[in-house]
Design a protein around this ligand. Structure first.
Ligand code: GLA
Length: 427
């Protein structure tokens, strides 16, 4: 999915684990920063206190890339970093109220990452194409909710973030989910989270115009602390899979390669179209229906064969990782590491969505002792996820930084990825 340019925040190195049972989402002390900053921004811009603050996490994906829109399996988890939305149900800024023709059904949006810009969106008559840029994500959610028959009040939203934009960590889905929870709660609507994920996906597909799957919104709305989310994208059934690398003496390192990821450019849509063509030629409703990688050999076109092989093998890798985590075998993490690296090779060679910085980061991380590493998300830029043993994070970071410096690339940024709590109201 594309990343809303205005929603990205500062990248914070090394996040601490938060205490159990806190009302704040996991991510620790730092997770509260966008929350309080969003509330402050609200007061500064709208001259009043927000009714509440909602926060939605970004995601990393442990396994299953480009499988969601093929009705396959994915295994993402919610991050400790995310997007906060301070929101109030009100007709608009005081200057607007009482204006002739003012219905009160208007969204007024501002973002700490877009200083000075204020976007106003009339809910009556709202249609795809009317709003562009970062504001299209919350506006698209409002449009999708109303298209589904829900009626929203006018509202003011102030956004802040500690998720880097363009890093392939789903800041766009986080923005959609924070807005969706805030707007529906202020409207007194009780919508189940799976339905809300589908509505946010529709906003992205039809309002923003990116044909993404349902993984990112599901991870943000359904993720659980110390768990990864197994999602069957055919039945939409979910299961929480225990996933606590720290308890197993390991850590997950995210490497933002600083090559910006933007799925609005069409390459993502082309991959999706190739997969659909491969399924049609193989006579199945989607590539999910193939369970044996040998089945793809029947495809005459070598490109389609490679695309399909990636999807079929990645579905299998998801199930293999789930089995390892569920059985909690002593060698589970080294074996998951090997699967991560295999997935990277498949994304690089068969699906062809990797990029030079990701390949270099994976190679350097492995050479420095990582258990495994791979690019995550849609590809063509963004982040790499490396699984490392405790104590190896420092050498891995140094090796990756050195590999980038030797090529004169912009220095990568690092953060620790901790499977964290789902989106919700925090104030
Ligand atoms: C983006 C999309 C997701 C998924 C991934 C690739 O993040 O938004 O739906 O397709 O790419 O796995």
């Amino acid at each position: 999915m594309s990343e809303p340019k205005g929603a990205g925040g500062a990248w914070t190195e090394e996040r601490r684990r938060s205490d159990e049972g806190r009302s704040r989402p996991q991510g620790g002390r730092e997770a509260s920063e966008p929350v309080s900053r969003a509330a402050e921004l609200f007061t500064a811009r709208f001259g009043a206190s927000p009714d509440g603050v909602w926060r939605a996490p970004g995601r990393a994906n442990l396994m299953g890339e480009h499988t969601d829109y093929n009705q396959g399996f994915v295994l993402p988890f919610a991050l400790g970093q995310g997007i906060a939305a301070a929101v109030a149900r009100q007709p608009g800024p005081p200057s607007q109220a009482g204006r002739p023709g003012w219905s009160g059904r208007r969204l007024v949006l501002c973002s700490a990452q877009e200083p000075g810009a204020r976007v106003e969106v009339e809910l009556d008559g709202l249609a795809p194409g009317q709003v562009t840029g970062w504001a299209a994500y919350p506006a698209g959610v409002a449009w999708a909710l109303e298209t589904a028959g829900y009626r929203l009040p006018g509202a003011c939203l102030a956004i802040d973030s500690d998720l880097p934009a363009g890093a392939g960590l789903s800041s766009s889905a986080a923005l959609e989910c924070a807005a969706a929870l805030a707007l529906t709660e202020l409207a007194g609507l009780d919508i189940g989270r799976p339905e809300l994920a589908a509505i946010a996906q529709r906003a992205e597909n039809e309002f923003v115009g990116v044909p993404s799957g349902i993984m990112d919104q599901s991870a943000s709305l359904l993720g659980q602390r110390e768990h990864a989310l197994l999602l069957d994208c055919r039945s939409l059934e979910t299961a929480q899979v225990p996933f606590d690398p720290a308890a197993a003496g390991s850590r997950l390192l995210l490497i933002n390669t600083r090559a910006e990821h933007d799925l609005t450019t069409g390459a993502y849509g082309r991959r999706r179209a190739e997969c659909e063509r491969a399924a049609r030629e193989l006579g199945v409703p989607s590539l999910r229906y193939l369970t044996n990688p040998a089945d793809v050999e029947r495809l005459a076109d070598p490109v389609l064969r490679r695309r399909a092989r990636h999807v079929v093998t990645d579905d299998q890798r998801v199930l293999a990782v789930v089995a390892l985590l569920t059985r909690a075998a002593p060698d589970a993490y080294p074996r998951i590491g090997l699967l991560l690296t295999q997935a990277h090779e498949s994304l690089r060679d068969d699906f062809e969505v990797s990029w030079p910085q990701a390949d270099a980061a994976v190679d350097a991380a492995l050479t420095a002792g990582a258990l495994g590493a791979r690019m995550i998300g849609g590809g063509f830029g963004g982040s790499v996820l490396a699984l490392v043993r405790d104590g190896a994070a420092g050498p891995v970071r140094a090796a990756v930084a050195d590999a980038f410096a030797r090529r004169s690339w912009v220095a990568p940024e690092f953060l620790e990825a901790v499977p964290s709590a789902r989106a919700g109201r925090v104030e």
